[in-house]
Design a protein around this ligand. Structure first.
Ligand SMILES: *[C@@H]1O[C@H](CO)[C@@H](O)[C@H](O)[C@H]1NC(C)=O
Ligand SMILES: *[C@@H]1O[C@H](CO)[C@@H](O)[C@H](O)[C@H]1NC(C)=O
Ligand SMILES: *[C@@H]1O[C@H](CO)[C@@H](O)[C@H](O)[C@H]1NC(C)=O
Ligand SMILES: *[C@@H]1O[C@H](CO)[C@@H](O)[C@H](O)[C@H]1NC(C)=O
Ligand SMILES: *[C@@H]1O[C@H](CO)[C@@H](O)[C@H](O)[C@H]1NC(C)=O
Ligand SMILES: *[C@@H]1O[C@H](CO)[C@@H](O)[C@H](O)[C@H]1NC(C)=O
Ligand SMILES: *[C@@H]1O[C@H](CO)[C@@H](O)[C@H](O)[C@H]1NC(C)=O
Ligand SMILES: *[C@@H]1O[C@H](CO)[C@@H](O)[C@H](O)[C@H]1NC(C)=O
Ligand SMILES: *[C@@H]1O[C@H](CO)[C@@H](O)[C@H](O)[C@H]1NC(C)=O
Ligand SMILES: *[C@@H]1O[C@H](CO)[C@@H](O)[C@H](O)[C@H]1NC(C)=O
Ligand SMILES: *[C@@H]1O[C@H](CO)[C@@H](O)[C@H](O)[C@H]1NC(C)=O
Length: 444
């Protein structure tokens, strides 16, 4: 049957279309899976994890078939069903005899539990926010113990002593015989440290880098179990990670890189202004501040209302819109997630606090190592900000744009993780081998 389909496809290929070497710029940048753009984007994120052992495309497309656009509960139901079924496959597998089968199922169950939780943050008293997360963590922990080189969790104390930083270390080598370059990665506004393994971790480990992830205030476990929202002093989460790495015998502390994904694209450079032990910083992608992005994306009447300073009026309008199921999902989810992640009940407070989490021309003067500033040609979340960050950094920036034509133009190169990992690995190899960075950003 495959052969017949292949022959039919071949005859179609043997037409002049074979010579086509342009793409249709009127077509959508990425083919949408549902008519709800936010759900469609999240499905692309999940599909991207298939390449890093975090998902399977058929499972996700089946769940997608069950979704009702604008209906957040439908996303929960479709992925909860899938998560529970895949978890039962994992737990009924003899992990001693079949460690690969068990690991793959545990990883996917973890991903689907996280997906089930994704759209539920509008109701902070919803107990599923905790129960789904507990399941996601326990499945993930079962999986990382079954990796060829097992990874391990560690809890660290923030450098100001006020909170705990949960972290995971994935060694690239099974022995401690050599010190290896090490990448410390943090995510953003809504992502978890666990998914970073699937997005970039597995690929970077294969390239010989140790991989470490952590979460800070506002991010999933710190927000849930310590009740702390995002705050500007991001180095307090990163410094204990470096302290811990310095004590390991398998880490080359002269080759440490700090990576920030998504909203992490502003958090990592902020940390690097105070934590100086990294030899390279990577912003995937470059971000100036969430505040600038919100103000640019709000309807102009809403921006004017915010700037008027009337918190009562602003909160009333935003709350009404974010709990109205006719409002586009991107706005509803963005507000609900923002209130959750900033640990606040006031949209005015949320927007106000996003201002203080920024990079400026002045603050980046405190970064004296090369900074990779990624950009997506179609990045809808932080449009135009990467170029501004690169401008602030001048000679220290290496600006790199991922393109729509190759499917890499989305925010964080969602769905083109192999292109991202290849570029990251090559740039870091250049910086760590002492290559000179030219004024225009080229490594020689
Ligand atoms: C394909 O690319 C070649 C080389 O860049 C160019 O000369 C040619 O015009 C292109 N063909 C089409 C159909 O775009
Ligand atoms: C390009 O894409 C648009 C939108 O999908 C479509 O209407 C148009 O027919 C396409 N053009 C070609 C040459 O395929
Ligand atoms: C699981 O597999 C191991 C190794 O083959 C075997 O020793 C053990 O008895 C199995 N456990 C169960 C519950 O079947
Ligand atoms: C929020 O969740 C709680 C607990 O499940 C429930 O009792 C309450 O009705 C929910 N509130 C809304 C507005 O849905
Ligand atoms: C880290 O702290 C959390 C919350 O107290 C706890 O559940 C978890 O077991 C700890 N992990 C490690 C590796 O100590
Ligand atoms: C987070 O919000 C809760 C509920 O309002 C509050 O009790 C707690 O103190 C807040 N956390 C921080 C770090 O402000
Ligand atoms: C490698 O060294 C670290 C501490 O430096 C230790 O925690 C770890 O267990 C060691 N791993 C192996 C495989 O010996
Ligand atoms: C703020 O807005 C509310 C509701 O629209 C209004 O009642 C109040 O007078 C406004 N306050 C100021 C200081 O303008
Ligand atoms: C919800 O939004 C729609 C579309 O903007 C609007 O027509 C409707 O009145 C709103 N519903 C409520 C309860 O505000
Ligand atoms: C940027 O953040 C700093 C430190 O949190 C804050 O003092 C400053 O006002 C912010 N700048 C802008 C333009 O919002
Ligand atoms: C950067 O400068 C070098 C040396 O002048 C040049 O070879 C290279 O093409 C330039 N790269 C870019 C991207 O402009």
């Amino acid at each position: 049957m495959y052969l017949l389909r292949w022959l039919l496809a071949l005859s179609a290929l043997l037409t002049p279309a074979l010579t086509q070497n342009t793409t249709n710029s009127s077509a959508p940048v990425i083919y949408p899976i549902t008519s709800d753009p936010e759900m469609s984007f999240q499905l692309q994120v999940l599909l991207g994890y298939a390449d890093g052992e975090g998902a399977n495309s058929g499972e996700i497309l089946r769940a997608a078939s069950q979704l009702i656009p604008q209906n957040f509960e439908s996303f929960y139901s479709a992925f909860y069903y899938l998560a529970a079924k895949i978890q039962s496959i994992a737990t009924s597998t003899n992990a001693t005899k079949f460690p690969v089968s068990a690991r793959q199922a545990y990883f996917r169950a973890a991903t689907y539990y996280r997906a089930a939780d994704f759209f539920l943050h509008g109701n902070i008293t919803d107990p599923r926010i905790y129960s789904l997360w507990a399941s996601a963590l326990s499945n993930f922990d079962a999986a990382i113990k079954l990796l060829p080189i097992p990874a391990a969790r560690v809890n660290l104390t923030s450098s100001d002593g006020s909170y705990t930083v949960p972290a995971i270390f994935y060694p690239a080598s099974a022995t401690n015989s050599s010190k290896l370059p090490t990448i410390v990665a943090g995510t953003g506004y809504d992502g978890s440290q666990e998914e970073l393994y699937h997005a970039i971790g597995k690929s970077l480990l294969e390239r010989g880098y140790n991989f470490m992830t952590y979460e800070g205030p506002g991010q999933p476990t710190v927000r849930r179990y310590q009740n702390i929202g995002f705050r500007p002093d991001w180095w307090t989460a990163v410094t204990p990670v470096v302290d811990w790495l310095e004590k390991r015998s398998d880490v080359d502390t002269t080759k440490l890189a700090l990576v920030g994904i998504s909203y992490g694209g502003v958090l990592a450079p902020i940390a690097a202004t105070k934590e100086k032990r990294f030899k390279a910083v990577m912003a995937i992608d470059g971000v100036v501040s969430l505040y600038d992005s919100l103000i640019a994306q709000f309807p102009s009447s809403l921006t004017a209302l915010f700037k008027s300073g009337n918190a009562t009026a602003f909160d009333a309008v935003v709350n009404a819109a974010s709990f109205n199921t006719s409002t586009p999902s991107t706005f509803r989810w963005g507000v609900q997630q923002g209130m959750f992640a900033f640990n606040t009940t006031s949209p005015f407070d949320w927007v106000t606090r996003t201002k203080a989490i920024n990079v400026t021309a002045e603050s980046v003067k405190n970064i004296d190592v090369p900074v990779f500033v990624g950009d997506g040609e179609d990045d809808s979340s932080f449009s135009g900000q990467a170029k501004i960050v690169a401008g602030y950094l001048g000679d220290r920036a290496y600006y790199y744009e991922f393109t729509n034509a190759l499917g890499a133009g989305q925010h964080c190169q969602v769905g083109a993780e192999y292109q991202l990992a290849a570029v990251m690995g090559e740039w870091l190899d250049g910086v760590f081998s002492g290559a000179k960075l030219l004024a225009n950003g080229t490594v020689v």
